[in-house]
Design a protein around this ligand. Sequence first.
Ligand code: PMP
Length: 384
Amino acid sequence: MASPREKEIYLDHNATTPLDPRVAQAMAECWAAGAGNPHSKTHKAGWRAAEQLEQARRQVAALVGCGPECIIFTSGATEANNLVILGLAASCEASSGPGHIVSSSIEHPSVREPLAALAKRGWRVEEIPVGPEGFVAPNDVAAALCADTRLVTVMAANNETGTLQPVSEIAAICRGADVPYLSDCAQAAGKITLSPFEKGPTMISLSAHKFYGPMGIGALVLSPEIALQPVTFGGGQERGLRPGTIPLPLAVGFGLAAEIAAAERVEEAQRLAGLAMRLRDGLQEIYPEMVLNGDWHARLPGTLNVRFPSIEAEELLLALPNLQLSTGSACGSGRTEPSYVLRSLGLLAEEIAQSIRIGLGRTTTEEDIETALRDFATALEKLR
Ligand code: PMP
């Protein structure tokens, strides 16, 4: 049995969030019931499964404020981002050939990499840089639009810094110019208020495991009128855009997680903002030279990215064995290059090497913050 001092504290909620016990329960019941295939049309088991799937679709739609017909279930935000980018490009190539895409310098690899693949096919991909606070300026997006811009993609909340992007302003610009706008909302959904879908981005990507739902399911939110070619082919499910049997228990969990997030988000955001402020102030007291990476105000509740000048982040994490933290995103931390996100905020390589990400979440308590601060005090004293 671990003594209280050895208790591990999970502070990496941007990488993934623990499954909500209510969601785990609903999924267990669905699995135990031996649900039918929601795409079976000839018997009651199939009809019941289809009913549960449509209920999940409505719950996810309610979280983003769209109609259920706009939800395409996928395996996560990675697949949703790839489907939009590659599917839209295929549609455009069929009618007018490669064109122009406006993106930002802080997008997730699941946006950057398909864009890099398109650049090799002759597309012009323009990356809007961010300022030192970590924001894309809407005016820069407006100025970048060309007659053949086929897509704008700027995320809602960055996974490394937590900075919130001006999604509503960018959406207004794109709607005015009649250019489809994809916003990767994997980190933002269920945490902050998203703009109403009819006024917001044309397309949104979601991942259930970022808001206490199961890993392995997500969605692309897309109005039926957007022309997209499928990138995989099969049984025609999900409007033919994402063929394959939907994993019903995961969809049930996704739906419930969305409903819970919608109901509890505002109160939880306030709680997390308070805990994050206590943590930031406590760390600053312990180590006055500490620097916050990215703006303090417009950020995902509970996400901090900080650096401790003259202390290597890798060494700091080794000195904090009971705190589960990261030096960057889980998707990028297997790589050896310094974070491109922090580099685009203007940080030098040595400053990036001193930076850590702290992600508080639903399981984080006030006591956890006080314990974490004591651990930081000991570790920073030792390494100073
Ligand atoms: N976009 C962002 C901003 C993310 O943080 C992540 C997950 N790290 C993804 C997309 C991809 O989500 P998934 O791995 O669940 O497909």
